[in-house]
Design a protein around this ligand. Sequence first.
Ligand SMILES: C[S@@+](CC[C@H](N)C(=O)[O-])C[C@H]1O[C@@H](n2cnc3c(N)ncnc32)[C@H](O)[C@@H]1O
Length: 206
Amino acid sequence: MGFYERYILPRFINCACGTKPITRQREKVVPLATGTVLEIGIGTGLNLRHYDHGKVDKVIGLDPSEESWEIARRNNPDLPFALEFVGLPGEEIPLEEASVDTVMVTYALCTIPDPVTALHGMRRVLKPGGRLVFCEHGEAPDPSVKKWQDRINPLWKVIAGGCNLHRPIPSLLEDGGFSITTMDSMYLPSTPRFAGFNYWGIAEHA
Ligand SMILES: C[S@@+](CC[C@H](N)C(=O)[O-])C[C@H]1O[C@@H](n2cnc3c(N)ncnc32)[C@H](O)[C@@H]1O
């Protein structure tokens, strides 16, 4: 990992993912988590302050970026629930089968190199009846926007730490063994349309 990926990128992502429209998205989904939560690609911990303290016992944050984790810990010193960090990629979840109540994934399926393998792992560790709560940007429904997503993606991916603009989030979830129970989608306000089409909701074991 180079200097940019290790030291600059986590700070860049912390700013880019901390905008008002994205924070508003976090407010919609993160309070839905209950019990023991596995957050995949936790990054700099921008979701931590949005968990409902009365409903969450513990958050296990998984992310290969230790530098992001340091920022998460520094920015959230006094959380009223237990917090653990696992420094591994989402394709290698080391937890026991059926051991978590909620899997939380926000703005990470765009970046995980093999999202379907990671989703199969999330399904394995999610208890029967547990919920995958997601909020992701991805493939836009309008052909003109989609065309720009396809054009910009190769450059964007290099600048944005492997983030892809045009992943088809609903079909990825289904390919990963989930069935979507509720989902909303829209272009976020004040966000370039090529990076701003969001899908959010809840999925369960298919
Ligand atoms: C755009 S950031 C989003 C961070 C956080 N989920 C949020 O909502 O602010 C993408 C995150 O995915 C992480 N990531 C990259 N490869 C990954 C992998 N294979 N498994 C899990 N997370 C990964 C990055 O380190 C980064 O923290």
